[in-house]
Write a protein that binds this ligand. Structure first.
Ligand SMILES: Nc1nc2c(ncn2[C@@H]2O[C@H](COP(=O)(O)OP(=O)(O)OP(=O)(O)O)[C@@H](O)[C@H]2O)c(=O)[nH]1
Ligand SMILES: [Mg+2]
Length: 256
């Protein structure tokens, strides 16, 4: 079940009452390790090396699950749609119901990395549904809205929840979304940076509307996850913080 205006090439969805994730842990899925079958249902890992129904027939070498979390209205669905389809969902806000997912395969340094991205409902009433999916996530993108102070104030509560339900080694990134809305901004960039530093999190400001830093956020996650499971001993470790610092763009280039 999902917002009704979801456009083409949907990945899949799970109603609030769907089965919970299986107990396969948060191991990445590598070629030759997954069981055969159709596209991964909500409670199974994506399968490597097969044509992806939601991903336009893409093949891949390794797959990971990424979850988008944060208060209702911060722009999780828009961020995902921007990344997947390169479009922005303008118009009436339709809140996500339950949980939904989309697949996208990225080329990461010559390797096909499939991200199965779970778009969760930010509304409190769906929180128990979201909890059930945390433990299978390899990475979490935690969003707040720079025009909504309450969504920023909720970040600590989200971090507590993540600590409780997610894997201890989950890759986590904090994103301050909607930086195109400069007039309405109430959370300064420095406040986001300070909070991120406090918790040792990589941090970026994004705009799903303008596409600012959206691809970069997912690419950074994909690089980190790929390195974690594929890195040769001689290879230098991927530095996520440095990468987004170097590649990230500021909100100043994001005037609507
Ligand atoms: N200006 C601006 N508006 C945005 C941006 N991202 C999302 N929005 C708007 O914010 C509203 C909420 O966006 P959604 O992506 O549906 O929010 P959500 O986090 O998925 O909300 P839930 O599904 O309820 O958890 C919509 O009206 C979007 O058009 C952005 O980057 N800039
Ligand atoms: Mg949504």
């Amino acid at each position: 079940m999902s917002r009704k205006k979801t456009p083409k090439s949907k990945g899949g969805s799970a109603p609030a009452t769907s089965a919970l994730p299986a107990t396969h842990g948060s191991q990445p899925v590598r070629p030759g390790t997954a069981r055969p079958g159709p596209e991964a249902p909500p409670n199974r890992p994506p399968q490597p090396g097969r044509s992806s129904l939601g991903g336009g027939g893409d093949f891949y070498d390794v797959a990971f699950k990424v979850m988008l979390v944060g208060d209702s209205g911060v722009g999780k669905t828009c961020l995902l749609v921007r990344f997947k389809d390169g479009a922005f969902l303008a118009g009436t806000f339709i809140s996500t119901v339950g949980i939904d997912f989309r697949n996208k395969v990225l080329d990461v340094d010559g390797m096909k990395v499939k991200l199965q991205i779970w778009d969760t409902a930010g509304q409190e009433r769906f929180r128990s549904v979201t909890h059930a999916y945390y433990r299978d996530a390899h990475a979490l993108l935690l969003l707040y809205d720079v025009t909504n102070k309450a969504s920023f104030d909720s970040i600590q509560a989200w971090l507590t929840e993540i600590q409780e339900y997610a894997q201890h080694d989950v890759v986590l990134m904090l994103l301050g979304n909607k930086v195109d809305s400069a007039q309405e901004r109430v959370v300064k960039r420095e406040d986001g940076e300070k909070l991120a530093k406090e918790y040792g999190l990589p941090f970026m400001e994004t705009s799903a509307k303008m596409g600012l830093n959206v691809d970069l956020a997912f690419m950074a996650i994909a690089k980190e996850l790929k390195q974690r499971c594929m890195k040769a001993p001689s290879e230098p470790r991927f530095q996520l913080h440095d990468y987004i610092k170097r590649e990230g763009r500021g909100a100043s280039c994001c005037k609507p």
